[in-house]
Design a protein around this ligand. Sequence first.
Ligand code: CS2
Length: 477
Amino acid sequence: MSIELQAGTVSAVGLPRLNRALRPSTKAPVRIVHLGLGAFHRSHQAWYTHQSGDAAGWGIAAFTGRRPDAALALAEQDGLYTVVERGDAGDSFVTVSSIVEAVDGADLQRLAALVAAPATAVITLTITEAAYRLRADGSLDTAAADVAADLALLASGDGHPTTPLGRLVLALAARRAAGTGPLAVVCCDNLSNNGTVAHNAVMGMAGEWDAGLAAWIEANTSFVSTSVDRITPRTTGADLDAVEAACGYRDNSPVVAEPFHNWVLSGDFPAGRPRWEDAGAVFVADIEPYENRKLWLLNGAHSLLAYAGQLRGHSTVAQALTDPLCRDAVERFWDAAEANLPGPDLDIPGYRAALIERFSNARIAHHLAQIAMDGSTKLRMRAVPVLLAERGRGRSGAAAALMIAAWMDFSAAAAELHDPLAEDIAAANTRSAAGRTRAMLELLSPDLVDPAAAGGGPVVELIESLRGTFSGPAVPE
Ligand code: CS2
C-alpha cells in the first residue's frame, strides 16, 4: 500500500474506525483463499463476491505478497473496507464484507491450513504478471534467483518459500496430504491464457520439487482462465478523507475504482463457486477473444501511454490521452489490434469508444509510472502478439512496434527501472544501437529476431527507425 497507515481506532476528528461492530455484517466461512491482497483484489474479486446472491456462504481469506501492511490495516477493521466508485459525475461508496481474514503472506502455516481445509473450494490469484516467472518461451524460469532459492528451500524441507508460486505449491501439498480433494485455481492477472500460464508455472515449480505432487495437482486442480477488468489507481491520503467525510467512519484501507467492471471466466469449479454472475461475471467456453480484446485494446493502450506519455512529460492516463501524438499512436495501435480480432460479436467500435471515455475520466488519477512497471512481461502480452499477427499478414506492424520502441526509449532514460529483467535491460542498454535493440527484443520474444519465425522475422530495423518518436516534451519548457 502506498498510503500512510494512521494508527488508532478513531480519526483525527473523532470518527470511529470501520469494523464489524460498527457495521454489523455476516462473517461468511472461508471458502476462497486469495494470494496477492492489494487494491485490485479488493475492487474486483472481493467486490464481486460481496455482490453475489450467496455471499453469506463465501468468505475470503486474503494473503499479502511481500509486505504484511495491507493485511495489518485490514485486520484492524475485521476485513471491512470501502470501495469508492469514482465516476465522472461523482463518488458512490460501498462497504465490502467478503474478506473475513486478512493474513500476512509469510504466515505459511495459516495458508497451508486454509488451502487444506475441506470447505476451501477456490484459490484466486493476483500476484502480478511478473510473478509467474516465465521465460520468453512460456516455461518457468527455474534459473531466476527467487525461483531457484524457493526450489532449494522446498527440497530442504524448510517450509518457508518466499515467492507466491512456491507458497502456492507448498499449500497444495498440504491439501494433497489432507486428502480434501479437488479445487479450482483462478488466475486473475493480466496474462493471455492466464489459466494455462498459472498451470505451467505451478507445474514447473511442483515438478522440480516432487513428481508425485505434480501428478496430484494435474489430476486435482482446475486452472480457470479469466479476463479481469476494473481500473484501480493507488489509494491516496485524500481518498481516506473523502471516505471519512461521506461514510462517517475512519477506513484506513479504502480502494478507489472506476464504476465499470468486467469479469469473464472459463473453466471448471470442482468444489463449487460463488454466484459471481449475480454481480455481472460472465462464464464462457472460449475466453481467447475476450482476453485479447481486453489485453490488446485496454492494456496495450495503457502500456503505450505509459511509455510515450512519460517521455512526453505526462503523468496520468487522462493527461497523456489529451496529447495528439499519444492519442494518434493509440488509435493506430487499436486499428492494428482490431484487424486481428474476430468478428462483430466483440463490438470493437463500442469497446474503443468506451475505453476513450474510461481513460478520460479525469477524476481517476491513474499514474503512468504505476502502469510502466514490469514492461518486459507486459509487452509480451500487449505488443508482441499484435506485431507478429500484423507481420503474418504481410504488414509492417509499425503501430505495435512503436510501443516497443517507446518502452526501449523509456528504459534507456529511466533512473530506476521496476522490472524482473531490470539487469538484462541495463546490460542491453550498454550495447551499441542494433545490438542493443536485438538484445531487448530477445527479452520479449525470440520470434522477433528469428528470421525463420512464422510471420515474425527480424524487426530490429523497424524498431530502430521508430526510436525517439516521443522524445520531445508535449509542452516546450
Ligand atoms: C494496467 C492494468 O497497470 C497496468 O498494467 O494496464 O492494471 C489495468 O488498469 C487493469 O488491467 C484494468 O482492468
